[in-house]
Design a protein around this ligand. Structure first.
Ligand code: 26Q
Length: 815
C-alpha cells in the first residue's frame, strides 16, 4: 500500500494547530520547548498514521517475532531521526524554514534518553532501526529508567556526575499501556503440593511489584512498518487508600512504595565491569520477567496453547547476560502456570533463546552469589538447580571425572551463579560481535562448550545504522554521495561501493574536503557555545571517543601527546602540523583509575596551553558529557579515528565504524572490528600499530615494562613528568599511582597489564607517518573517501540480515 507523506503546507498547518490547541500560542510567541513539543506531536501523528497500515499484519500473517531483551537501549534523540526515516526530512525542514523556526534550536530542546552506557546499548538501538526497516516483526524490551546515565560535568579537569532527569518534562514519544501491566514477584517462599501424581510448586509470601509498559515507536526507513521499544516502569501495588490509615502506617506505606519503585529509578553506570548489587539483580529479573510474561501472552493471543510451535513463532534474544534470568523465567511460566512437563519446557526454552556475548574481560563476566538468588528469586533458584544438575550430568558424560572442567562450565559452582554458562548451555546460538572476538570465544572463553557443540557458535560482526550515522548526522556528505552515485545507497548500503572510483576524482575529493571542513566548523561552534573552548578548524581533528577504560588506553593517547609536546619543546625550528586531540569519555563513578585518567588528559591540555609554541600546535579538547547527540556532531568532523585498545580486549567497537563511514582514517590496533575495517579498506587506508592479540597473550609471561622504561629515553622522560610536578605543580604526586601501575603493577599484578609502554613507540611512530601522509592532500583525501566508500559492511542492515539468516529465521512482513 502506498502511504501519503505530509506536504509542506500540511506540516505548517499542523504545527500551528498543535501550538494553538496544546499551548494556546502562535509560532511568534512560542518558547523553543513549545515549538519542539508541537513539532514532535506532528511527527508522532505521521508515525501513528503509518503504523495503522501495518498494525495487524503480524497476526494476520502469523509471522515469527523476535523479542530483543537488553538492559540498555541508547536510542538518542528521536525527532530528527524520525523525519529522516519517514523520508520526509526535506518537507519538514522547508516547513520550519517557512515558519521562521530555527531547527537547530528546536532539535536541541529534545532531552536525550540516556538509557545506556555505551556500545552495547547503542547497538541495540541500531538493531531496532534495521529490524524495522527490513520489515521484520520485533520488539525491544528494557527498563524505563527514570534516571539515565549520569550527565558529566568537568570541574577543574575532574569528572563530576550530575543526575540525568530526562523525563522531567515528559516524553512525547512514549505511549503508556497501563492495561498491560504485569506483576513481578520477589522474595517469599516456595511450597510443594501434589496433584494427580505430579509435584507442583506455589510461591507464597512474596512481594509484588507491578511492571507498567511504555512503548516508544520505531520507524522503519521508507516503510509502513513500525515496531516498538517496550520500556517497563516499576510501580508499587500500594494504593493511595493507605491515606486512610493512621499517620505512622501511611509513612511506612509510602516508604514501601518507594522501595518497589526504586527498581526502575536508575541505570547502573558500569560498563564492562560487573558489580554484584542486589538492586541490579532485581532490575534484571523485573524486565526479563515482564517481557517473558508479555511474549507468552502475545503468543497465546495468536496461536492459543499450541506450545509445540512456540519456538517457530517466538525468538528471544539475550543481549549479553544481563537478561539471562529470562531463560529460567520462561521455564517457570511453562511449568508452574501452564503445567508443561520439564522436558518440554526445557526444550522450548533451548530452541527459543539466543545469546550475544560482548566481552571477554574476566572481570566483566556476571556472577551472582547463590544466596542472593535464593532469597530474592526462590523459584528461579530452584529451576537453576535443576538446570545445573542436568547440565552437569551431560558434562559428566562428556568429560568423566574432570571436576575442575565441569565446575568451570557449571551454572552453579563455588556458591555463585554463572550467568554466561547459563546462556551458553541453554540457548541454541551463541555469537560474538566481530571475527576476532568470536574466535577468542571459541578458543578461550567458551572453549570447552565449543568442543561439545561447535555449530552453536557463530560470528555476527556488529554494525551501525547508516541512517542516523551518515544520513542524519552528515547531510552534506550524504548529498555529495547522492550527486555522485544517486541515492539508492540510502535504502541499500551495498551501493555505496560505487563511490570507490570517486577517490581518484580531484573535483570530488575537493568537495569531500569542503564538507569535512564545514563539519569541523559545526563542531567547533558547538564546543565554543557549550564549553567556551576554541578549536582551530585548520588543525587536524583527531578523536578518541568511547567509555573510559584502561583496556581502551586513553592513557596511551595522553602519553603520546606528552611525547609530541616534548618534541616541539626540544625542536623550536621543526615544523609541525597543528593538531586538535579530542576526547569524549565518561568514567564509571566508582572507577578511580578511569577518573584520574580524565584529570590527566585535562592536565596535559593545561600544560600545552601554557607553552608559547606548543599551544599553537596542539590543542587538547575534552568534550563534556559525551553522548549520542555529541557523537552525531563529532563523527562527521573527525579526520583521525583512534581505536587503540590492547589487542584481544575490545569485542568489536562500533565508534570505529561511525568514524570511518564519515571519512575518518583509523589509527588502531588489530582488535575487534578494526580487523574487518582493515580487510575492507586495505592496508593503504588504515594505520595499524602495536602487538597482535597472540603477542599480547604471550606477553603476559614475558613482558617487563621496566625494560622499556630503561631503554627508551623519550618514554622515560614522560614517565618522570608524571611525577615531577610538570603536570600539576601544586600536587606532584597527583599521578603517582598511574606511574606506579605502569612500572610496578597494582596490588601484586603485573606491571602495565595493558601494554601501554610496550605499544607506545610503534603508536607514536605510526602517528608520525600519518602526519607525513596528511601533508600530501591528494593522498590523504583519497584515503578518507575510500573509508566512506568501503563502509558498506558496517551497516546494521547487514548485521540484522545475518542474525536473521543464522539465528532468528524471521520472514519480512508483506505490507
Ligand atoms: C553489568 C553488571 C552490573 C552493572 C552493569 C553492567 C554492565 C553494563 C553495561 C556491563 C557491561 C555493559 C556494557 C558493555 C558494552 O558496551 N560492551 C561493548 O559492546 C559493544 C557492542 O557489541 C562492543 O562493540 C564493545 O567492544 C563492547 O565493549
Amino acid at each position: 500500500m502506498e502511504f501519503q507523506r505530509m506536504t509542506v503546507e500540511q506540516i505548517k498547518d499542523s504545527i500551528q494547530n498543535k501550538l494553538r490547541t496544546q499551548f494556546a500560542c502562535e509560532v511568534s510567541d512560542a518558547t523553543p520547548e513549545q515549538l519542539y513539543q508541537a513539532l514532535a506531536l506532528v511527527v508522532r501523528d505521521e508515525i501513528m498514521q503509518r503504523r495503522s497500515y501495518s498494525r495487524d499484519a503480524r497476526k494476520e500473517q502469523q509471522a515469527k517475532k523476535v523479542y530483543y531483551l537488553s538492559a540498555e537501549f541508547l536510542v538518542g534523540r528521536a525527532l530528527h531521526n524520525n523525519m529522516v526515516n519517514l523520508v520526509n526530512e526535506k518537507n519538514y525542514m522547508q516547513a520550519l524554514d517557512e515558519l521562521g523556526i530555527d531547527r537547530g534550536v528546536v532539535f536541541e530542546e529534545e532531552p536525550e534518553p540516556g538509557l545506556g552506557n555505551g556500545g552495547l546499548g547503542r547497538l541495540a538501538a541500531c538493531f531496532l532501526d534495521s529490524l524495522t526497516t527490513l520489515k521484520l516483526p520485533a520488539m525491544g524490551c528494557t527498563i524505563r529508567y527514570e534516571f539515565g546515565l549520569f550527565r558529566q560535568k568537568l570541574v577543574d579537569g575532574y569528572q563530576v556526575e550530575v543526575p540525568d532527569n530526562w523525563l522531567a518534562a515528559g516524553n512525547i514519544w512514549e505511549i503508556p499501556h497501563p492495561e498491560e501491566t504485569v506483576e513481578i514477584h520477589f522474595g517469599g517462599r516456595i511450597e510443594a503440593y501434589e496433584d494427580n501424581g505430579r509435584t507442583y510448586y506455589r510461591h507464597l509470601d512474596y512481594k509484588t511489584v507491578q511492571a507498567v509498559p511504555y512503548d516508544i515507536p520505531v520507524v522503519g526507513y521508507d516503510s509502513t512498518k513500525v515496531n516498538f521499544l517496550r520500556t517497563w516502569s516499576a510501580r508499587s501495588v500500594q494504593q493511595i487508600d493507605m491515606m486512610h490509615f493512621n499517620r505512622g502506617q501511611y509513612v511506612q506505606a509510602m516508604e514501601e512504595r518507594e522501595l518497589a519503585e526504586v527498581i526502575s529509578k536508575i541505570l547502573y553506570p558500569n560498563d564492562d565491569s560487573y558489580q554484584g548489587k542486589e538492586l541490579r539483580l532485581k532490575q534484571q529479573y523485573f524486565f526479563s520477567s515482564a517481557s517473558i510474561q508479555y511474549a507468552v501472552k502475545d503468543f497465546i493471543d495468536v496461536y492459543g496453547y499450541n506450545w509445540a510451535i512456540f519456538p517457530d513463532k517466538v525468538a528471544i534474544h539475550i543481549n549479553d547476560t544481563h537478561p539471562a534470568v529470562a531463560i529460567p523465567e520462561l521455564i517457570r511460566i511453562l511449568l508452574d502456570d501452564y503445567g508443561l512437563d520439564w522436558d518440554t519446557a526445557e526444550s522450548i526454552a533451548r530452541r527459543t533463546f539466543a545469546y550475544t556475548n560482548h566481552t571477554v574481560l574476566v572481570e566483566a563476566l556476571e556472577k551472582w552469589p547463590e544466596s542472593l538468588f535464593q532469597e530474592q528469586l526462590p523459584r528461579i533458584y530452584m529451576i537453576l538447580q535443576e538446570m545445573n544438575t542436568r547440565l552437569c550430568a551431560e558434562l559428566w558424560d562428556a568429560f568423566p571425572g574432570q571436576w575442575e572442567r565441569i565446575g568451570h562450565m557449571a551454572i552453579l559452582a563455588y556458591n555463585q551463579v554463572h550467568m554466561a554458562n547459563l546462556c551458553v548451555a541453554y540457548t541454541h546460538s551463541v555469537n560474538g560481535v566481530s571475527a576476532i572476538h568470536s574466535d577468542i570465544l571459541k578458543k578461550q572463553t567458551f572453549h570447552d562448550f565449543y568442543m561439545l557443540e561447535p555449530r552453536k557458535f557463530v560470528n555476527v560482526t556488529n554494525g551501525i545504522t547508516h541512517r542516523r550515522w551518515l544520513m542524519q548526522c552528515n547531510p552534506g556528505l550524504s548529498s555529495l554521495i547522492d550527486e555522485a552515485i544517486g541515492d539508492a545507497w540510502r535504502k541499500d548500503m551495498r551501493q555505496i561501493e560505487a563511490l570507490k572510483p570517486f577517490a581518484d576524482d580531484a573535483a570530488f575529493r575537493q568537495k569531500f574536503d569542503e564538507i569535512k571542513y564545514h563539519n569541523k566548523l559545526r563542531l567547533a561552534d558547538h564546543v565554543y557555545r557549550h564549553q567556551g573552548i576554541e578549536m582551530n578548524p585548520e588543525s587536524i581533528f583527531d578523536a578518541q571517543a568511547k567509555r573510559l577504560h584502561e583496556y581502551k588506553r586513553q592513557l596511551m593517547n595522553a602519553l603520546g601527546i606528552m611525547m609530541l609536546y616534548n618534541e616541539i619543546d626540544e625542536h623550536p625550528d621543526k615544523e609541525f602540523r597543528p593538531r586538535t586531540f579530542i576526547f569524549g569519555a565518561k568514567a564509571a563513578p566508582g572507577y578511580h583509575r578511569a577518573k584520574l585518567t580524565i584529570k590527566l588528559i585535562n592536565a596535559v591540555g593545561d600544560l600545552v596551553r601554557k607553552h608559547p609554541r606548543a599551544s599553537k600546535l596542539i590543542n587538547v579538547v575534552f568534550l563534556e558529557n559525551y553522548c549520542v547527540s555529541q557523537a552525531e556532531l563529532l563523527m562527521p568532523a573527525t579526520e583521525i579515528s583512534q581505536q587503540i585498545s590492547t589487542a584481544g580486549k575490545e569485542a568489536s567497537g562500533t565508534g570505529n565504524m561511525k568514524f570511518m563511514m564519515n571519512g575518518a582514517v583509523t589509527l588502531g590496533t588489530m582488535d575487534g572490528a578494526n580487523c574487518e575495517i582493515y580487510d575492507q579498506v586495505g592496508p593503504d587506508n588504515i594505520y595499524i600499530f602495536g602487538l597482535t592479540a597472540e603477542e599480547v597473550d604471550r606477553g603476559y609471561a614475558t613482558y617487563r615494562a621496566h625494560e622499556v622504561y630503561e631503554t627508551n629515553p623519550k618514554i622515560r622522560r614522560v614517565m618522570e613528568q608524571l611525577i615531577d610536578g610538570t603536570l600539576c605543580p601544586e600536587n606532584p604526586r597527583m599521578f603517582q599511582e598511574i606511574y606506579h601501575s605502569l612500572l610496578f603493577g597494582d596490588g601484586g599484578g603485573m606491571a602495565d597489564p595493558y601494554f601501554v609502554l610496550k605499544d607506545l613507540t610503534s603508536y607514536v611512530n605510526t602517528q608520525k607517518q600519518m602526519m607525513q601522509d596528511y601533508n600530501d592532500r591528494d593522498l590523504w583525501l583519497k584515503k578518507a573517501v575510500l573509508n566512506t566508500a568501503c563502509s558498506s559492511l558496517f551497516t546494521s542492515d547487514r548485521t540484522i540480515e545475518e542474525y536473521n539468516k543464522l539465528i532468528w529465521h524471521l520472514k519480512p512482513l508483506k505490507l
